[in-house]
Design a protein around this ligand. Sequence first.
Ligand SMILES: C[S@@+](CC[C@H](N)C(=O)[O-])C[C@H]1O[C@@H](n2cnc3c(N)ncnc32)[C@H](O)[C@@H]1O
Length: 240
Amino acid sequence: MSVVPYKDKEDPKKAQVAEMFNNISPKYDLLNHVLSLGIDIIWRKKAIKMLQKDQPKLILDIATGTGDFAIEALALNPDKIIGVDISEGMLEEGRKKMKKRKLDHIIDMQMGDSEGLLFEDNKFDAVIVSFGVRNFENLEKGLADMYRVLKPGGKTVILEFSKPKAFPMKQAYSFYSNTILPQIGKIVSKDNSAYTYLPESVQAFPDGEDFLAVLKKVGFHSTVCKPLTFGISSIYVGEK
Ligand SMILES: C[S@@+](CC[C@H](N)C(=O)[O-])C[C@H]1O[C@@H](n2cnc3c(N)ncnc32)[C@H](O)[C@@H]1O
């Protein structure tokens, strides 16, 4: 059974995830930075650095949300970044941000599903995702479609929560994510489930070598896992 945001609803995970992100979209950026004490910004920067040598010109940012990973990817000096997401609410927040920062000519935010991308094979120099893959309804299908649209020789860089393994961080993080985080999330976002779903979905999601095994299964090679901040997050890289 996959973990879904609203346990009392029968909708498929994808519809529930889109509904949840539509609900929390106005407060998403604020909650992200508050709940991670701003560390999420550093994690995104570190993940983008993994592409520094490649200097990709056309980048696809999957599950772009409000576009923060796409904005970090500007450090690579690309010609164009296309961000896709299944939540219109998140995209709308993102589009407002791009317009305000005068980035809408380079970052294009579109409705799109990672599990059925409307792009031709071998199109992008790099495909990136931050905090998105955990929400896919079908992880293998999503990663396989990312592989399909990536150019041979291109890289994927994926940033996702993982599970700290060592004492005392394991215990401290478990306490924080199961008690403090859902409370603050609930008060600020007004969505009762979103920030309970977050630790539950992290717990159920493959991390480290388990995630690399899925990347390899869909075709990626030269895979690497780089844990960040005691393993609270990890960067995964794979090549086509
Ligand atoms: C936690 S947010 C991450 C947003 C952004 N990448 C960031 O780092 O802040 C996860 C996003 O994944 C999107 N998402 C979930 N499943 C998706 C799918 N199958 N295809 C595209 N986007 C998806 C959600 O709508 C949501 O906006």
